[in-house]
Design a protein around this ligand. Structure first.
Ligand code: SAH
Ligand code: SF4
Ligand code: F3S
Length: 437
């Protein structure tokens, strides 16, 4: 009988991409996609280690899965993949003996062999790229698709596990990426988001990141191009100019700053200052006046004072982020910040997070309100709650609700933005600009 699988994804978009590829890999082996974890013979937990909460969630999931039975009375096979697998390895099997397979983010191309019984733990970081050994992309692809172009991180921010879980920075060959982009567009994608832990550190032997963007922007049928996540240190003039020169490149950039205080940025080993970061934004806005900005922030990093935190609030206001993500500092095993003195008490972190999120809410609402009255294209990605309602993304990555009984997912419609909320806008459809492939 055909075995079924389900992949549950935690963490960042790189994991979303990996989960897609794991699905393709298992389908090439004859597995069928199950509608949910409860009905799958093989459940892959593609995990995240970035904060303690994310990592601990995995263990409660494992317990729940192992207590469950399939209709035929058999227990599911449980695979732990992703960054917890890489960070904890065989420790996972010691703590949760019910786990059948542990496979790191650079070894999952070997998952089929492991499921056939060839080894239970594989956290190698092989130099030969897993990408060469994965099956071709699916024939049917969503309208907005991800493409991992770079993996790993050499930056070693003192709070972060990624350099340990994903290894050193590695860029995929440009020709292979252009070929994969062509396959994704042929399969129905009209928007691509290039992914990397430090995507703008991309560098192939012959190709800079800006050149890669230009090559992929030129793929026939591609309408929109985005990339994430970038590090301020790798925002160079050539990349900034791409925001002026490539019409496919959407006016949006996620550029985490983490803190507005130079003292903390130094302790975080961010290799940029408040003013060098703001200077990059000035240059970006000179290249593309309407660019929307997004960021990540950590509150309660060791030693953070009220004055440091005030600097974070002030940079949020100064930049006027269209959206931003904020997190309470979570000490991670093996990282330098975890053993620094002056850890900030939990109640202080809670209060700062609430205040920061309220401030981000204000700048996001102001950004959305300033969009009301604009006419723009929206790529429709999913159904809304009301009948005939669809939700899509504006060029500035805002969620836009559109009521149009004739439109369908994958269409690009031109709309007038007529109303704004902190996290979304309403668009009145003007015309269907491009029908779904
Ligand atoms: N490579 C990306 C982001 C990786 S992790 C970058 O450099 O921007 C995504 C976000 O998680 C980070 O930007 C940071 O804000 C947050 N983060 C990372 N480690 C954390 C920790 N130990 N505690 C709380 N937040 C953390
Ligand atoms: Fe983590 Fe810093 Fe690397 Fe981003 S740049 S992945 S925050 S170490
Ligand atoms: Fe999490 Fe790994 Fe991504 S730790 S944020 S899944 S790179």
């Amino acid at each position: 009988m055909t075995q079924s699988y389900f992949v549950k994804t935690f963490g960042c978009q790189m994991n979303v991409y990996d989960s897609e590829r794991i699905g393709e890999l298992l389908e090439a082996e004859g597995y069928a996609a199950a509608p949910d974890a409860a009905r799958a013979d093989v459940v892959v937990l593609n995990t995240c280690h970035i904060r303690e909460k994310a990592a601990e969630k995995v263990y409660s999931d494992i317990g729940r899965l192992k207590a469950s039975r399939r209709p035929n009375g058999i227990k599911p096979v449980v695979v732990v993949a992703g960054c917890v697998a890489q960070a904890e390895g065989a420790e996972i099997v010691r703590r949760a003996p019910a786990v059948d397979v542990v496979v790191g983010p650079n070894a999952y191309h070997r998952l089929p062999a492991m499921l056939r019984g060839a080894g239970a733990v594989d956290t190698d970081m092989p130099v030969e790229s897993k990408f060469m050994q994965l099956p071709p992309r699916r024939a049917v692809i969503p309208a907005s698709a991800f493409l991992t172009v770079q993996e790993g991180c050499d930056k070693f921010c003192t709070f972060c596990v990624v350099p340990y879980t994903r290894g050193a920075e590695l860029s995929r060959p440009a020709d292979a990426l252009v070929a994969e982009a062509e396959a994704l567009v042929a399969g129905g994608a009209s928007e691509l988001t290039l992914l990397g832990q430090n995507v703008n550190a991309y560098r192939d032997v012959t190709t800079t990141f800006a050149e890669l963007l230009a090559r992929i922007a030129g793929v026939r049928g591609l309408v929109r191009l985005r990339y994430t996540t970038s590090h301020p240190r790798d925002m160079n003039d050539e990349l900034i100019a791409a925001h002026r020169d490539l019409p496919q490149l959407m006016p949006y950039l996620h550029l985490p700053v983490q803190s507005g205080s130079d003292r903390l940025l130094k302790a975080m080993n961010r290799a940029h200052t408040r003013s060098s970061y703001l200077n990059i934004l000035d240059r970006l806005r000179a290249a593309r006046a309407d660019i929307a900005l997004s960021g990540d922030f950590i509150v309660g990093f060791p030693g953070e004072t009220d004055a440091d935190f005030a600097d974070t609030l002030s940079i949020v206001r100064e930049v006027g982020y269209a959206q931003a993500y904020s997190f309470k500092y979570s000490p991670r095993p093996g990282t330098p910040a975890a053993t620094m003195g002056e850890q900030v008490p939990e109640d202080v972190k809670d209060a700062r997070l609430a205040e920061l999120q309220a401030t981000i809410g204000e700048t996001a609402l102001a950004f959305n309100r300033a969009s009301v009255g604009k006419r723009c294209d929206v790529l429709l990605e999913r159904p809304g709650r009301r009948p005939g309602q669809l939700i899509g993304k504006s060029p500035w990555l805002q969620s836009v609700f559109v009521v149009s009984p004739s439109a369908k997912i994958g269409d690009i419609v031109t709309v007038d933005l007529i109303d704004a909320q902190p996290n979304s806008l309403e668009g009145a459809p003007v015309i269907l600009t491009r029908a779904a492939a």
